[in-house]
Design a binder for this molecule. Sequence first.
Ligand SMILES: C[S@@+](CC[C@H](N)C(=O)[O-])C[C@H]1O[C@@H](n2cnc3c(N)ncnc32)[C@H](O)[C@@H]1O
Length: 221
Amino acid sequence: MRVHRPCSACAGTLSTVRGEPLVRQIGAAVAMAAWLASAGALAQPAPRPASAPADPPRSVAPIVYTPTDIVDEIMDLAGVGAGDYVVDLGSGDGRLVITAVAKYHARGGFGVDIDGPIVKVSNDNAAKAGVADRVKFHERDLFAADVSEATVVTVYLLPGIMPKVEKKLLAELKPGTRVVTHDFPFPTWTVEKVIAVESLDKIATTGFAFTQLYLYKVPPR
Ligand SMILES: C[S@@+](CC[C@H](N)C(=O)[O-])C[C@H]1O[C@@H](n2cnc3c(N)ncnc32)[C@H](O)[C@@H]1O
């Protein structure tokens, strides 16, 4: 089931959602906290000695797939179409970039993921979908990815890493590039549009159906 409610008044955090019954907001917040805690998102990293080498790539989010109905909402919100080049940071099984090209006629795209086996699965999925000539997935830390060719970027990561992702995207993307984040907003970037979506397929992973998607546009320099 998919219930699409435009929600331009609900930029910011879940607690600002208007028109949601209080019990629903509390339930969503409790389920969200449980999911984040299980994913280690609320834990603080141990301090690193000043002399230590640079951190190796580390996982900044668990493998949790965007349900296919929400993938379509993300494509619609970003307005993906011919001419777009779509990049997914932490691409899982590749569904976002593959859908962008196979269904929404984007000219190409790539995904990066830190998990080697899932990168192989995503390249196999691109081949099965007949888009392997235009879609590639790489085993790479998302912070090492060159995103400058993107016209659309998708992000489904955890809240603690969103400030660093925001900084990277604002520094590297061309003005006008659209960015859609799933569940978690950027901390300082002004959001263009927020939509609230319900998908029963999310209950299995996060414990609740309620989802928010955030659209951003890179401002002129
Ligand atoms: C919540 S899942 C989202 C998957 C996919 N984008 C989707 O929406 O279906 C986050 C993904 O980010 C990947 N990931 C975590 N840390 C990463 C990093 N430092 N660099 C690249 N990928 C990372 C995980 O392996 C996982 O596949």
